[in-house]
Design a protein around this ligand. Structure first.
Ligand SMILES: Nc1ncnc2c1ncn2[C@@H]1O[C@H](COP(=O)(O)OP(=O)(O)OP(=O)(O)O)[C@@H](O)[C@H]1O
Length: 744
């Protein structure tokens, strides 16, 4: 034993000597090593930030599915709301191009200004850390003059510091608002794409004859006019577009504005503070610290749940809940009259509890995640920081740092501690911002889903759940087809199938025509496709086959049973969708409008409601019959070539009905009427009668003959009703007669 320990002695000394030699060499070259480590460290910080932003981080994202489906074809994979998903970066880049269209845009200038303020703030923080150390040093060494001077500097630096902070907040909010404006404008441009006026689309003969197609209606099919209708009626992907257009776009914009300062500033802080620290305490400790911090950060990221997916799902549930409320308000009268409160309450509560259940789940997940996050970021990193601060105190002499008295050591400790606190706070914010990045990914998925689906629908690609009959081979083939729309003065359907958005074939092939001046009556059982015919005429539904000859959509006015009343003045109700300027351009005055109202016996309403400029919620202020008469007045104001009247006289008297048909005829409007009222037959010369089983008859309407037949039919039906009673009486009489004969 003793011999072995004695034989070890020289080797221990050799090791010690070698170590000392190594340390000496190291200390000789330490400045170079320090510079290399610091430069490497800065590069490393930049690299990890770049990796985080471009999704090249190797850590698990926790992203799952959600937020709807992507585009067809190449991009048709399921949308994930994860920051590490390459699709997120593609989509974010696309949205960034919308919100910051060029380097010369206002948004780019604001972003540059914002960045300048971020750098200024970091500069001020560095100065304050140093000043803090000097103040404490002057305190512990009892130097009042120095203390007062440093205190004055402290107060003076408050002016640029507070200004910088306020400007940062202001610019961040302004940026959020600017992004939102860009996105909303972009979305509305497609969502409410106005119909090309006839003057610019169809009056150009070259344009018409070039392809033989009616441009405005072809556009309606392939360039997304009335997209707001098609998005909700012809496609299943976007439920509650209102939620996407308002809340989701706003959340995305705010998150994007926030994330820039929440990532750019801390990253800059981490680099500058650590650079300063490495000069104060040596780069070695800092590199070890960074390795430990990065390892624990990697572990943290690995256990981070998919917050992006959660945010996207929450936004979807919020949208559904809002929709149930707005639906109730829309049908308040009907629900109130049915006393459907209990039912509606159940529907709303179901929506609300689905949302609360999800929110609670996310909150619970946030508890353990928050604990892990704070434990690592605040406590573990905090203790590592204290070790770093201890380096100059315990190993300063050995490492050749300037030692010093109590004041110098205190100044160094306070400055370093402040730098470390700021640096770990900044690094913590980079870490926390991963969660925000995940949320941004969620909103990016939502907004992109909206834009992708709008583009798809605009291009005529719809995704809708088909009814079972649509899958039958014949019907499926019909759905693949495309019909033609050709401009013409008359309306003519030539072998056009009538197919609902669900793929339900209502009529396999339909042929009929309406000449100007020859009013058409459309009759048939409920749900057979009477209104659908007009949806094709209005360019709302695609034409799957045959040829439709018709004037542009603007040559039609549509009056449904419950006419639409817009937000605005009484005048707006008559001239809708014209503005007052357009009305004046048309050469119409308020007096002319009054005359129109008098035709439908509504002239008194102007005085009653307080004049033409009165603004009200008109759909609540007017009765059913009033609304129908306002719609008739609107028809007389616009004087279109054709009018589609869909059960639009159900709430007015027979006299008003007559006035309406006589006046429309006098104005040269050709009427196409859907109605079950025989009183209307006499105003029409043609009839299109559906049989409700996919067949139809198109023929001339001899109203008198038809009415006479109807009367005879009703008479016979009435007589048939009395047959059982007559039979009963006959049996009674037979019984009486038999009784009398028996008595005789
Ligand atoms: N937006 C839509 N999406 C899917 N199917 C629809 C849509 N609109 C109508 N349909 C379906 O198309 C069919 C025909 O509807 P349409 O409104 O043309 O009937 P209608 O003959 O006018 O009925 P009614 O006399 O009751 O008004 C119905 O089966 C209806 O369910």
């Amino acid at each position: 034993m003793s011999s072995s320990s004695s034989s070890n002695k020289p080797s221990v000394e050799v090791v010690r000597a070698n170590l000392r030699k190594f340390l000496n060499v190291y200390l000789q070259h330490r400045p170079v090593v320090q510079r290399t480590l610091t430069a490497g460290f800065v590069l490393y910080c930049l690299g990890t930030t770049f990796a985080a932003w471009t999704g090249r981080a190797s850590t698990k994202s926790g992203g799952g599915g959600g937020g709807g489906r992507g585009r067809r074809g190449k991009d048709s994979k399921k949308t994930t709301a994860s920051p590490n998903d390459p699709l997120f970066h593609i989509r974010l880049k696309r949205l960034l191009r919308i919100v910051i269209p060029s380097l010369k845009s206002r948004e780019a200038a604001m972003l540059a200004l914002h960045s300048a303020f971020l750098v200024t703030r970091t500069g001020i923080s560095l100065y304050v850390a140093e000043l803090d150390g000097r103040i404490v040093s002057s305190l512990v060494t009892a130097q009042p003059a120095l203390f007062l001077m440093n205190l004055t500097k402290w107060l003076l630096v408050a002016i640029p510091a507070t200004y910088t902070n306020s400007m940062l907040e202001y610019l961040q909010s302004e940026l959020g608002l600017a992004y939102r404006t860009r996105l909303t404008k972009h979305a509305l441009q497609t969502y409410l794409d106005p119909i090309i006026p006839p003057s610019s689309s169809t009056n150009n003969p070259n344009e018409k004859s070039a392809v033989g197609l009616l441009k405005s209606d072809q556009d309606a099919q392939i360039s997304g006019e009335q997209l707001f209708y098609k998005l909700s009626n012809l496609d299943d992907r976007i439920k509650n577009a209102d939620q996407y257009l308002t809340v989701d776009i706003q959340q995305f914009s705010n998150k994007l504005a926030e994330i820039y300062s929440n990532i750019a500033k801390p990253v800059l802080d981490v680099i500058l503070y650590n650079y300063q620290l490495s000069r104060n305490v040596g780069a070695e400790g800092l590199v070890i610290l960074t390795i430990l911090v990065q390892t624990s950060a990697g572990l943290l990221r690995a256990i981070t749940p998919p917050f992006g997916t959660y945010a996207a799902h929450e936004a979807k549930l919020e949208g559904e809940l809002r929709f149930t409320h707005s639906r109730l308000l829309e049908s308040a009268e009907e629900v109130a009259l049915y006393h459907g409160e209990e039912f509606e309450k159940n529907v709303i509560e179901r929506g609300y509890f689905a949302l609360v259940k999800h929110a609670n789940r996310v909150l619970r997940i946030r508890v353990w995640h928050g604990m892990a996050e704070e434990g690592v970021i605040k406590w573990v990193w905090g203790s590592l920081g204290l070790c770093i601060c201890a380096i100059p105190v315990f190993a300063g002499e050995m490492l050749g740092m300037k030692g010093g008295d109590l004041g110098t050591r205190t100044e160094g400790f306070v400055t370093n501690r402040r730098l470390l606190l700021s640096s770990s706070d900044a690094f913590g914010r980079v870490m926390y911002s991963y969660k925000e990045l995940a949320e941004l990914a969620g909103y990016t998925a939502r907004v992109s889903d909206l834009f992708d689906t709008m583009e798809d629908v605009k291009a005529g690609h719809y995704q809708k759940k088909l009814v079972s009959s649509a899958k039958v081979e014949d019907n499926a083939k019909m759905l693949q087809g495309r019909g033609k729309i050709i401009e013409s003065d008359e309306i003519r359907f030539d072998q056009v199938p009538l197919i609902s958005p669900n793929g339900d074939v209502l009529v396999k092939s339909m042929s009929f025509n309406v000449e100007p001046g020859k009013h058409l009556l459309v009759v048939g059982p409920n749900g057979c496709g009477k209104s659908s015919l007009f949806r094709i005429l209005g360019g709302l539904w695609p034409v799957y086959g045959g040829t439709v000859y018709k004037p542009p959509a603007r040559s039609f006015t549509y009056i449904p049973q419950r006419p639409y009343l817009c937000t605005g003045t009484l005048r707006d109700q008559i001239i809708y969708p014209h503005s007052q300027v357009e009305m004046k351009e048309k050469g119409t005055s308020d007096d002319d409008l009054l005359k129109i109202l008098e035709v439908v016996e509504m002239g008194h309403i102007v005085e009653r409601e307080g004049g033409w400029d009165t603004v009200r919620e008109w759909r609540d202020a007017l009765s059913g019959g009033d609304k129908q008469r306002i719609a008739m007045a609107r028809l007389f104001y616009h004087k279109p070539k054709y009018a589609i009247l869909d059960e639009c006289t159900s709430a007015v008297t027979l006299e008003i009905e007559k006035v309406m048909y006589d006046h429309a005829t006098a104005l040269g409007i050709t009427l196409m009427t859907v109605s079950h009222r025989p009183s209307l037959w006499k105003y029409h010369s043609m009839v299109l009668q559906y049989d409700g089983a996919g067949g139809y008859i198109f023929t001339e309407l001899d109203a008198e003959k038809r009415l006479a037949l109807q009367e005879e039919k009703q008479d016979l039906e009435h007589k048939l009703l009395t047959v059982p009673k007559l039979k009963e009486r006959l049996e009674e009489l037979k019984a009486v007669k038999a009784e009398r004969e028996r008595v005789k």
